[in-house]
Write a protein that binds this ligand. Structure first.
Ligand SMILES: Nc1ncnc2c1ncn2[C@@H]1O[C@H](COP(=O)(O)OP(=O)(O)OP(=O)(O)O)[C@@H](O)[C@H]1O
Ligand SMILES: [Mg+2]
Length: 337
């Protein structure tokens, strides 16, 4: 173009050089502008997705609120055990639960757990045990009736409020890619003897001290891979460190052998703090599949088809047909183990 224009005499060589250098200066900014326009739609979509994640209601955080933490500190100072809440009664009042797709899981649940009581929850698979646990932990609101922890409805307390007094250990345990200690304390300041006591009660002290760096061993994705039973025991120790008034174990000892399981449950039934004069121990709700575990409980709840079909001691419930069949099956499975 420049040669043709200079030949025609309409522009000078200087004009052509000027235009060329101007274009070479403009190339980079134009490229950047093009890149921006190309990235814009992708960023908008990404932002939408991140917003979606941020908008999700928060899960219960295991850390107590700052106020209950200071209460805990003062409780420790005076030597008495227990979290900010103290002993609490758990009540289910005509509770029902149905999934959005219309399937009724639980109905007409009437239940009262006294402080310090240990209760085994027994029922066939799919009978609604985990659903009952989720209701107690305030993870899902009941569709009917009310679940109360210490007199307050879980729906008003919210999952975080419930977590102040209720600690739940689920079958699927989660460990962070961090040290054993960090996985137990979750960033809280915890005294070493308290850590040791919790590990002891959860029968985890042995294998933790056998790890190359003890409490400072990295676990999870970037560290030592622990067995299912070891993970479960760490999860129980983590729950115990919160000194919950109510401890709920949903199949949380399924991967440990029966002898260790019995040891853990026996330890849980002793007062958490031996020196405490009050001798408080947490209320215990255990989803159990082994007869030895079930026999340890003060009371057995038998869930059948989403209803509490019977409640009483193991011996009393053997009169109930469905329960007796289940107990026989557990006995056979236990014999093999
Ligand atoms: N998201 C869901 N949507 C619809 N139905 C569900 C959902 N989750 C669970 N259920 C149903 O709710 C019922 C109770 O489930 P739940 O997990 O409470 O049983 P469970 O007693 O804990 O069984 P398991 O002993 O196998 O753990 C089951 O029949 C199950 O099919
Ligand atoms: Mg379950």
């Amino acid at each position: 173009m420049g040669v043709w224009l200079v030949d025609g005499g309409s522009v000078t060589i200087g004009d052509v050089v000027r235009a060329m250098s101007l274009f070479s200066i403009l190339t980079l900014p134009m490229e950047i502008l093009g890149f921006l326009f190309q990235e814009m739609p992708r960023s908008v979509v990404a932002m939408d997705r991140i917003d979606g994640v941020l908008a999700v209601a928060t899960e219960p955080r295991p850390e107590p609120s700052s106020e209950s933490r200071s209460e805990m500190a003062s409780a420790n100072a005076t030597g008495s055990a227990g979290p900010g809440s103290g002993p609490v009664v758990v009540e289910f009042e005509s509770v029902g639960f149905a999934h959005p797709d219309g399937l009724d899981v639980l109905g007409d649940l009437e239940l009262r757990l006294e402080p310090g009581e240990s209760v085994a929850l027994v029922g066939a698979t799919g009978s609604g045990k985990s659903t009952l646990v989720a209701l107690l932990a305030g993870l899902v609101p009941p569709t009917d009736g009310e679940v109360r922890i210490g007199g307050q409805a879980t729906t008003t307390l919210g999952p975080e409020g419930v977590a102040v007094s209720v600690a739940t250990v689920l079958q699927e345990t989660f460990l962070f890619a961090d040290t054993v200690r960090a996985n137990l304390t979750l960033g809280r300041e915890v005294a070493d003897d308290e850590l040791a006591a919790a590990l002891d009660a959860a029968s985890a002290a042995g294998f933790v001290s056998a790890l190359t760096e003890g409490l400072d061993t990295m676990v999870g994705e970037r560290g030592v891979t622990l067995s299912g039973g070891q993970r479960q025991r760490l999860a129980i120790a983590r729950a115990l460190l919160r000194r919950p008034a109510v401890l709920v174990l949903d199949d949380a000892t399924s991967a440990v052998d029966p002898v260790v399981e019995a040891g853990i449950l026996a330890a849980l039934r002793r007062p958490a703090d031996q020196e405490a004069s009050s001798g408080e121990r947490p209320t215990l709700l255990v989803v159990a599949h082994r007869l030895a575990t079930i026999r340890l409980a003060d009371r057995v709840l038998f869930l059948d088809g989403g209803r509490i079909a019977a409640s009483g001691t193991h011996e009393e419930l053997l009169e109930v047909e469905g329960y007796a069949a289940l107990a026989r099956a557990y006995e056979l499975a236990g014999g093999k183990a």
